[in-house]
Design a protein around this ligand. Structure first.
Ligand SMILES: [Zn+2]
Ligand SMILES: [Zn+2]
Length: 158
């Protein structure tokens, strides 16, 4: 695996260190009110990636059951010492796809959003421009994901 396609990450105290072993399938910038509350700010930035492409290098996260917008709940993996959230798993799919918090990556600038979602509740001062798609609620994966990412997603379901 080439170093260019890996992404190193850590919690604030440094106890947890991890690495994405490839680029993610897709990156969400979520403006829903749940993400606003969880982050304490205007949106969350999540990189969607296969769980087996998240390599734990140091420490062991604690998994916290947390309510979610869908009602199905989410499991948030946090550092057991500083409690920074590193990634989530949603709903009934188990730990197949992780939503990695892009801000915990050392080079987070390498993963800008591929889409803005739930912008019906975005903060009015957040101005979105440019070519990144914007949707008011959720979206159809087939409409927005690149073919290679759809293939990776399909491979997970088999
Ligand atoms: Zn920590
Ligand atoms: Zn959200």
């Amino acid at each position: 695996m080439s170093e260019q396609n890996t992404f190193a990450g850590k919690c604030t105290c440094g106890e947890i260190r991890y690495r994405l072993t490839s680029a993610p399938m897709f990156v969400h910038c979520c403006h829903c009110t749940w993400c606003q509350r969880e982050t304490g700010t205007a949106f969350a930035l999540n990189a969607l990636i296969e769980a087996d492409r998240v390599e734990l290098l140091a420490g062991q996260p604690v998994v916290v059951d947390t309510p979610s917008n869908s009602g199905a709940g989410q499991k948030i993996s946090r550092c057991p010492t500083c409690y920074v959230a590193l990634w989530s798993n949603y709903g009934g799919r188990g730990d197949i796809i992780r939503f990695v918090r892009v801000g915990t990556l050392e080079e987070s600038f390498r993963l800008p959003p591929d889409i803005h979602i739930f912008t019906s509740t975005k903060q009015p001062w957040v101005e979105l421009s440019g070519t990144t798609p914007v949707v008011e609620e959720y979206y159809d994966r087939k409409q927005y994901w690149p073919a290679a990412s759809l293939d990776r997603f399909q491979a997970l379901r088999r």
